[in-house]
Design a protein around this ligand. Structure first.
Ligand code: PAF
Length: 329
């Protein structure tokens, strides 16, 4: 499978800043396959010998789309011929049934935003399409990767997330639509670093024929990671929340200068802000999410790592993270 991103052949109007045509909304897996096949065939010579392969990018979401999702969709648009956005509120990943009921369902607005960002198709299945027999009896486990950090306060969340991602990756697979090998990429935000690491592991361990493309965090000019939760911060809390990205950037600068990270300094910086209640600040291995306590304090930084932070600011729980590299890799 060709996994090298390349400019899509069928550039849409939306890339030039002009909104593209409204995406087609499909409700069933069968409709999704037909729509994907037609679009892939229209984009190039599917399966013909010597022809450039056409590609499909999948952007899984739970709807209530915002500018962060638009970034994922735009990246998928830039790298693929056909872009599918999935909108499905996955009951299995909610700890509290009331949160699931309350979760915003805004399909028309979602389709409009997805179309503007470059989606060709919005796959918005009903629950019985995804889970025809109710809650699946066999689940993929996130194992120890899902038990720590965010998983500590949300037991079962990551297994529930995997239950749907494992299926969506099958449903979106363009090879199932065209019957010929077709480059296939799926887009996940780096903001949810633990989710991303777990999905990458799913793909590796269960040999899914898809390339997971991480999409970098988008930050406001002052450094705050964009999140739909930021709207619930008061002005004072928003100002206080900046200490999180400052702590992460401190680690980044030290990593790039190959200095000891000394994460205690980051923790002390966060502790100096009384409106912020730290949950965790850890330096971890980006793939295994194992804490890299050893050598962080005194030894010059080499290689790669990931700094993770979660904290409550006022009434809002925020997460953020920063990939760290020694600048050599
Ligand atoms: O990140 C999300 O929105 C969800 O966890 C995902 C990946 C769409 C699965 O429901």
């Amino acid at each position: 499978m060709n996994t090298e991103p390349r400019p899509a052949q069928s550039a849409r109007a939306s890339e030039s800043g002009v909104p593209g045509p409204a995406p087609r909304i499909v409700r069933t897996v069968a409709e999704l396959k037909t729509a994907s096949r037609k679009l892939l065939e229209a984009a190039g010579r599917v399966g013909e010998e010597g022809a450039e392969p056409v590609s499909l990018g999948l952007v899984p979401t739970m709807g209530a789309l915002h500018s962060g999702h638009a970034t994922l969709i735009r990246q998928a648009r830039a790298e693929n011929d056909v872009v599918v956005v999935t909108v499905f509120v996955n009951r299995l990943q909610f700890d509290d049934p009331a949160d699931y009921e309350r979760y915003p369902r805004t399909l028309d607005a979602d389709a409009a935003l997805a179309g503007e960002a470059g989606a060709d198709v919005v796959f918005a299945p009903e629950e019985h399409e995804v889970y025809p027999d109710g809650t699946p009896r066999v689940l993929v486990s996130a194992g120890d990767l899902g038990a720590r950090f965010e998983g500590r306060s949300r037991p079962g969340h990551f297994d529930g997330m995997l239950a749907v991602v494992a299926k969506l990756l099958h449903y979106g697979n363009p090879e199932a639509a065209t019957a010929v090998p077709t480059p296939y990429r799926a887009y996940f935000g780096q903001k949810d670093a633990q989710q991303l690491a777990i999905v990458q592991r799913l793909v590796k361990d269960l040999a899914y024929p898809v390339e997971i493309r991480p999409v970098p965090i988008v930050r406001a000019e002052d450094g705050l990671a964009l999140s739909s939760r930021n709207q619930f911060l008061t002005d004072e809390d928003r100002e206080a929340a900046l200490v999180l990205s400052r702590a992460l950037f401190l680690m980044k600068e030290r990593a790039e200068s190959r200095l000891p990270l000394q994460p205690d300094d980051a923790v002390a910086l966060i502790a100096s802000e009384p409106r912020v209640e730290l949950d965790y600040f850890e330096i971890v291995d980006p793939e295994t999410l194992q804490v890299l306590a050893f050598n962080c304090q005194d030894t010059p930084f080499t290689g790669t790592a990931l700094a993770l932070v979660a904290a409550r600011v006022g009434s809002v729980r925020l997460i953020d993270n920063m990939p760290l590299t020694d600048g050599v890799r």
